[in-house]
Ligand binder design. Structure first.
Ligand code: GBH
Length: 481
């Protein structure tokens, strides 16, 4: 009775919150941790909006028990966090020593989560590559070297807690490591062809090589997990990809409609097509030619079929306008322009503190369906979704705690996902809100807040749950039946 069914989620739907190591931990030099590329990037003047770094952040290295108590008080069933590779293997490489104290931090974190009935989801890599690997051979740019080092790191983690962790994510948003790190230069290590910004890198080639290395290393780590750990540990492993929804700038122009599809392919299918279909999308090959690496037979065998689940990060949507001119050598999006307004001047959604983020919840349902259809109904987990709020950082603490805009965002987006699950046959099994608490927002520093918990950076990192922290639990308890 399609139209009579009430939108709902399964009773065992896994909901919770996500964070990332460099954004919350602080303690950059404690217990043997060494620099990651983000520690060094933050020291370059002008790279971070407020000149800050993750040196203290939320101080979660010392306060993880408090964070877990917070999760429990909100009623979360799961917590997605990432590993600082530089804590576990400070120099990063396959022959470098494992740092017992650094590793123990994550073992303790997982034990504390279990003691509180919260399921851990581990992201092995959320952008903080050990600096030494970058210095030794250029990090991702040397596929041979890099893949071996990443696989060793992954194996150390599987071995240390494979029996306790049932959900592994190899990478968070490889698009960002490749494009923001090696084309736009907005993220570490800051490579770009734009000589005004930084005199290094060739953005016509590097991002595509970086993406390829990441895909191969993902496939290689999944192979290790499946061969050495899965039968005894019984967990699942996959990758998390970012992707914004797209609408044509001019709905009557077939070229804008086509450009929408290209945009999705250049951001999502770049990684998902090799994993689910064994090849890069034709639109990318057409535009990039040989600058886009090809898969050897061995590489294809590693990558194809390497997802037990699809991890989806989603925040916003854009209007897409095709370009008539030939693509520039460093074009990375399929030769088009993105805009927050369409031909009629209509805005896709309200403004937030993040220029790239304008909430448009219907796009979430549409993108869930697009991914589900293209990849033959994979099991999906939403591994991030959330919003900043315009001017939030300029308000008083009491005002910040009443974050109705964020409450509405979560309501609309979770409802959109619930409709995709109920009516569009999308197999979505979990949802992690971004983020448990305000944290170091990369190039935006601390001025942009994404938390359901206010962190008082001037007042000793004390945590104060916002209204959204409470409401999100109510939303899920009303939908999970
Ligand atoms: C997530 O990425 C990250 O995983 C998380 O660490 C972060 O805190 C969270 O977003 C909030 O930002 O500036 O026009 O080049 C979300 C996907 C893709 C959003 C790249 C920002 C940059 C667009 N991100 N995008 S632009």
């Amino acid at each position: 009775m399609g139209s009579m069914t009430k939108a709902h989620l399964p009773k065992d739907f896994l909901w919770g919150f996500a964070t990332a190591s460099y954004q919350i931990e602080g303690a950059p030099h404690e217990d043997g941790r060494a620099d990651s590329i983000w520690d060094t990037f933050c020291r370059i003047p002008g790279k971070i909006a407020d000149g800050s770094s993750g040196d203290v952040a939320c101080d979660s290295y010392h306060r993880y028990k408090e964070d877990i108590a917070l999760l429990k008080s909100i009623g979360a069933k799961a917590y997605r966090f990432s590993i600082s590779w530089s804590r576990v293997i400070p120099l990063g490489g396959r022959n470098d020593p494992v740092n017992k104290k650094g590793l123990q931090y994550y073992v303790d974190l997982v034990d504390e989560l279990h003691a509180n009935g919260i399921e851990p989801l581990i992201t092995l890599f959320h952008w903080d590559l050990p600096q030494t690997l970058h210095d030794r051979y250029g990090g991702f740019l040397d596929q041979e070297e890099y893949v071996q080092d990443y696989v060793r790191f992954a194996r150390v983690m599987f071995k240390a807690m494979g029996s306790k962790v049932k959900m592994w994510i190899t990478y968070n948003e490889p698009w960002c490591s490749s494009i923001l790190g090696y084309s736009i230069g907005q993220f570490a290590p800051g490579h770009t062809s734009d000589r005004k910004k930084s005199p290094i890198g060739d953005s016509s080639i590097e991002p595509w090589r970086v993406g390829h290395s990441i895909l191969i290393s993902h496939g290689a780590a999944v192979k290790v997990y499946r061969e050495e750990f899965k039968s005894s540990d019984g967990g699942e492993i996959g990758i998390t990809l970012n992707g914004d929804w797209v609408e044509p700038w001019d709905a009557n122009d077939p070229k804008d409609v086509e450009a929408c599809e290209r945009k999705l392919e250049f951001s999502i299918s770049w990684f998902a097509d090799p994993i689910y279909k064994g090849e890069y999308p034709a639109s990318m090959r057409e535009q990039l030619g040989d600058r886009l690496p090809s898969f050897t037979e061995d590489e294809r065998a590693l990558v194809q079929g390497s997802n037990d689940f699809y991890g989806m990060n989603h925040y916003t949507a854009d209007y897409i306008r095709h370009l008539e001119s030939a693509p520039e050598p460093d074009n990375f999006n399929g030769n088009l322009e993105t805009s927050k307004t369409n031909k009629e001047g209509h805005a896709i959604g309200p403004e937030t503190q993040s220029p790239w983020l304008c909430p448009y919840a219907p796009g979430f349902r549409k993108l869930l369906k697009w991914i589900s259809d293209r990849y033959d109904r994979p099991i999906m987990y939403v591994t991030e979704n959330g919003t900043s709020l315009k001017g939030e950082n300029d308000k008083t603490r009491d005002e910040i705690l009443e974050d109705d805009f964020r409450v509405e965002y979560f309501r609309d987006y979770v409802n959109a996902m619930t409709e995709a699950s109920t009516f569009d046959d999308v197999d979505v099994r979990g949802y992690m809100a971004w983020s448990l608490m305000d944290n170091f927002e990369w190039a935006e520093g601390y001025e942009t807040r994404f938390g359901v918990t206010f962190v008082d950076y001037e007042g000793g990192q004390k945590r104060y749950p916002k209204k959204s922290a409470r409401v999100i639990g109510e939303i899920f308890s009303s939908l999970c039946e």
